[in-house]
Structures are given as C-alpha cells and as structure tokens.
Design a protein. Structure first.
Length: 279
C-alpha cells in the first residue's frame, strides 16, 4: 500500500551522516571523557575522596566555580547592555566597538593574561591609580574575576545580539501606546523575549570561565589556598605524574559543570515553553 511507505527525506544519506556524527563525537568528546573516568576508577573510594576534598583542592573549587559564576553574571548584565547599544543606537566608532567585542576570541589567552597583569599591576596603567586607594587586582582573586569577565563577554554579546536584531521595535511601541512605562516595557516585553538567549550566553560564558587557564595564571598570582584555580592544580598533578589525582579533580569539575549546564538548559526549556504559552 502506498500509505505504508516511508516518506522520502529531503536530504539523502541520513544513515551515513548520522554514523559520521556519532563517530566524530565519540572520538573527540566521549572517548576522552571516558578515559578521565576510567583513570579515576583506579583509585579506591577513600583515595578519591582524599584527592578531591583536600583543603587546597576545596579552595580552588570555591575560587574557580565562584569566580566563573560571578563573571558570567556580570557579563550577562553588561553584555546585554552592550548588545542593546550596538543594535538600537548609532554612535561614532560603533563598528570599532563591535569589532573589539570579538578581541578575546582572537587574542591568545597567554597574551590576554600578560596584558591584564601589566595593566592592573601596582605600577600598571590602571593599577597605579588603584594602589593608593588600597585596591589590589593583579595577583589576587579579583584578578581572576577580571580575566574571566574579559574572556566571557563576547559569548553573551554575540548570543543576544542576533535575537535583539530580530526583535521588532513595534512590540515596544505597542507597549508604550498602551501606557506601559519604559521599565515595564523592558521587563515585560524585551527581557522575556531575550531570556533564553541570555541564558545561553550565560552558560557559554560560565563554561568557558570554568576551564580557562592561559589568561588567568598570569594575573592570579597562583597562591595556594588564595588565588589558585582548579585547572592549575590539575596541571601541577600532571607534571608530578599523579595522573589519577589529576583525573579525580577533573571528574569533579566535569560533574559540577555538567550539572550546572543541565540546570541552565532546563531553565531555557522552561522559558521557551512559558513564552509559547504567553503568545
């Protein structure tokens, strides 16, 4: 019967492309991640707990995840403002500002770290004015935050910007004609439409910040228990040939990062579902 035949696909070669995708994903992502867990499994439970709960490791978790979350939150606010300015306003040097947003993408992380350390050191361009005020940025946890904000900003801007470009200003004009204030228009019309994209930008900035190494080690100072990030501990253990210890700490980072990204994805799905109901 004609009705029993499967409808032809528009794009041929589905099986081949699916097999290639799964194979490529396994080679690049799944196999390396599996190796991390398998190497960690060589430790006993007591050894695993001792590795991941060492005071030095716990201090690095607090700094790495705390600074990454705070940096992503800062970028979510100011990235939204910057994307809004680039989309909705015309001003001298707009194209230059738009190009500078992508600078952290193109700049090698080591160069970024050295530049930030030179700028915010006590004798740097900015640090020399902050030092008399008792504000220290370079070689402190604050320096880690500055570096993570620097490398994470483009993710928010470039995620929100195209959505904002597609958001017609007629919605804002309609809200204003119905008597809504600017604050009501922003909170009830603009932000709900941008919320899924903003969450995506936040997630990308957070994920990049958690694994960042090159731009942080030069400005952090790398003082144990104070300004030492978790990726540096992993590198240190690898240099000491403590592969199981390194993979144990990497496993903690993987689990926590995956859990936070899962929560963010659930929030995105909820926001999209809520938006469809409202429309």
């Amino acid at each position: 019967m004609a009705g029993t035949h499967a409808s032809p696909r528009v794009l041929p070669g589905f099986g081949l492309t699916l097999g290639f995708t799964i194979g490529y994903l396994s080679l690049i992502v799944l196999i390396p991640l599996s190796a991390v867990f398998l190497k960690t499994a060589t430790l006993s439970w007591d050894q695993f707990v001792a590795q991941i709960s060492a005071p030095r490791a716990m201090a690095s978790y607090r700094l790495t995840f705390g600074a990454s979350f705070l940096a992503a939150s800062i970028n979510a606010v100011f990235g939204l403002i910057l994307a809004w300015a680039l989309v909705r306003y015309s001003f001298p040097g707009k194209k230059l500002v738009d190009a500078l947003v992508d600078l952290p993408f193109a700049l090698p992380t080591a160069v970024a770290g050295i530049s930030l350390a030179a700028i915010y050191a006590k004798n740097g361009w900015i640090g020399q004015y902050l030092e008399p005020l008792g504000i220290k940025i370079a070689f402190t946890p604050t320096g880690v935050l500055v570096a993570l904000v620097f490398i994470g900003l483009p993710f928010v801007v470039r995620t929100v910007q195209p959505v904002l470009e597609d958001l017609d200003t007629e919605y804002e004009e309609a809200a204003a004609s119905l008597g809504a204030s600017r604050w009501q228009t922003v909170t009830r019309v603009v932000l709900p439409a941008l919320f899924p994209a903003l969450l995506t930008g936040f997630a990308l900035a957070f994920a990049r910040a958690v694994g960042e190494y090159g731009s942080v080690i030069f400005i952090a100072g790398n003082m144990p228990m104070i300004s030492e990030i978790t990726p540096l501990i992993i590198i240190t253990k690898l240099e000491q040939y403590d592969y199981a210890g390194a993979t144990a700490i990497a496993t903690v980072m993987l689990i926590v990062s995956f859990a936070m990204l899962l929560i963010i994805n659930l929030l995105q799905a909820w926001a999209a579902k809520t938006g469809r109901r409202e429309t």
